[in-house]
Write a protein that binds this ligand. Structure first.
Ligand code: SF4
Length: 486
């Protein structure tokens, strides 16, 4: 009797959008050592903080949501936030991610930057974000055809791609909007009825009965944004100390023209907004003029050759791909509604380090930011511009909350035509990872199979820099006579 042989194991490689694809794009070789080598580096601070802040925000939301009285803000660090930090620290340790010494040796938000960022993230964004969240930590997954390597080979027919998001639903937005609308209506009734400008805009809103309450709220933010007519005249977002009744996230959405245009044309009744948190500063971004001129959304090799300055915007563009891909992954889920936009929170902006502030100032001076100097208050810009980081004290406490909030929130509007492009970009990344893996499996050394290429600051914080190929010799080194045994 002929015994049947066991069929060949069928594998579908699984890639996480942030843990694999964005990490590979940061540096191929570092990704190989960190993710595929069972060689956890002693202190991958960026990786640790990214996971830490994500975990803390999720846990804080659950704590808020599960409390019967929906805990009011601000939360006390010692009593409310520290226990959350402790839980997440333990969870990460199990995964081999240990906190940096700066965190362990310094206690509390006054002493260490990481706890300060956690404290600010929860207390600044929590009151506005948590009431809007419909679902937290939603795992999204999809399958794509595996791209072939240059020799036409592939490990499998498909690959799986995944990510974790928080979801805001239009129903939730409507609910919060109704509360705000009611408040605004009360305020409007008290306003001087002779104000013609307000009256005409108000009529425009009330006449448009077809719009949902969220749309009405967005409109109303453009008319009356707070308890006071002065806020309307400024039509802008003040420090967190004022306007406590205004949901800042709705307000940012209201002030985003592209989002409003999309919403007005949106055919469906219900939709979703997806949320992601980043433990980093807002990346260098194309200014509005550059963006309009170049339609900067793709970063393939051709675009880099044509305009090498696009290289500066790599991270910015990759985050847009990420949100577009998340929108596609979310659309694969049965219970999902169409995703209209994504919001990224760059949480380091709430407590920027000295290095962050220097980089922010450089971006502004070089006009490489989507929030240019003329949209920053004169006080904030003067402070930042005149600050001497070598001699003066850190200034992050002196900058306004508005400056920090503006820089920490990014709205990425979903345009269907860009989703396919983003997916193709990520297919290309998977192709490169797979090609390097196949090369290594076929006997190439790790350093030959994986490219060592990263920005200087990534290399500076990299645990593998001592033996990495990229460790170029400085001119001094080159001039030295190589050591030989006589
Ligand atoms: S030193 Fe730089 S190029 Fe080398 S592995 Fe680390 S990040 Fe990559």
């Amino acid at each position: 009797m002929k015994l049947s042989t066991r069929s060949k194991e069928y594998i579908i490689p699984e890639y996480s959008l942030t843990g694999d694809l964005l990490s590979f794009l940061t540096c191929n070789l570092q990704y190989r050592y960190q993710n595929k080598g069972n060689l956890p580096p002693s202190m991958p601070i960026q990786l640790w903080f990214g996971e830490f802040i994500h975990g803390v925000m999720e846990e804080a939301y659950l704590k808020w949501n599960n409390s019967s009285d929906k805990k009011t803000f601000p939360w006390d660090w010692e009593e409310e936030i520290k226990p959350i930090e402790d839980i997440i620290t333990k969870r990460l340790k199990v995964k081999g991610l240990n906190p940096p010494n700066d965190y362990v040796n310094n206690y509390g938000p006054k002493e260490n930057m990481y706890s300060a960022r956690v404290d600010r993230s929860i207390n600044i964004w929590g009151p506005h974000l948590f009431p809007l969240i419909e679902d937290a930590e939603v795992l999204i997954k999809g399958i794509r055809n595996m791209p072939l390597d240059e020799d036409g080979n592939a490990r499998s027919e498909y690959y799986s791609i995944n990510g974790v998001i928080d979801v805001l639903s239009s129903l939730k937005l409507d609910e919060i909007s109704s509360i705000i609308n009611d408040k605004n209506n009360d305020v409007e009734n008290e306003l001087d009825s002779s104000n013609d400008e307000i009256k005409s805009l108000d009529n425009e809103i009330s006449n448009n009965s077809k719009r949902n309450s969220f749309q009405q709220t967005l409109d109303s933010f453009l008319v009356v944004s707070s308890d006071d007519i002065d806020d309307f005249k400024n039509s802008n977002i003040d420090d967190t100390s004022s306007n406590k009744d205004v949901n800042k996230i709705l307000e940012y959405l209201a002030n985003d023209k592209e989002f409003n245009d999309i919403l007005k044309r949106f055919p469906d009744e219900e939709y979703e907004i997806i949320i992601d948190y980043k433990g980093m500063r807002r990346p260098c971004a194309p200014n509005k003029k550059d963006l309009d001129k170049n339609n900067i959304h793709l970063l393939n090799d051709d675009s880099i050759n044509e305009n090498s300055s696009l290289e500066d915007y790599k991270t910015w563009i990759q985050h847009e791909w990420q949100i577009l891909t998340y929108a596609w992954l979310r659309s694969m889920q049965e219970d999902a509604k169409p995703v209209i936009c994504g919001i990224i929170f760059y949480l380091n902006e709430l407590v920027p380090s000295t290095g962050d502030l220097v980089a922010i100032r450089e971006d502004l001076r070089n006009n490489k930011s989507d929030i240019p100097i003329d949209s920053i208050s004169k006080e904030d810009w003067t402070l930042l511009n005149q600050w001497n980081e070598k001699e003066d004290l850190p200034i992050h406490r002196d900058l306004s909350d508005k400056f920090k909030m503006d820089r920490s929130i990014r709205i990425v509007n979903i345009k269907e035509d860009l989703i396919e492009d983003s997916l193709l970009e990520f297919d290309e990344v998977v192709n490169k990872i797979e090609s390097s893996m196949i090369k290594e499996l076929n006997g190439s050394s790790i350093k030959d199979a994986w490219r060592a290429d990263a920005e200087l600051r990534t290399c500076t914080a990299c645990d593998f820099r001592t033996f990495c190929n990229k460790k170029k010799k400085s001119d001094d080194d080159k001039s030295k006579v190589p050591f030989t045994i006589p």
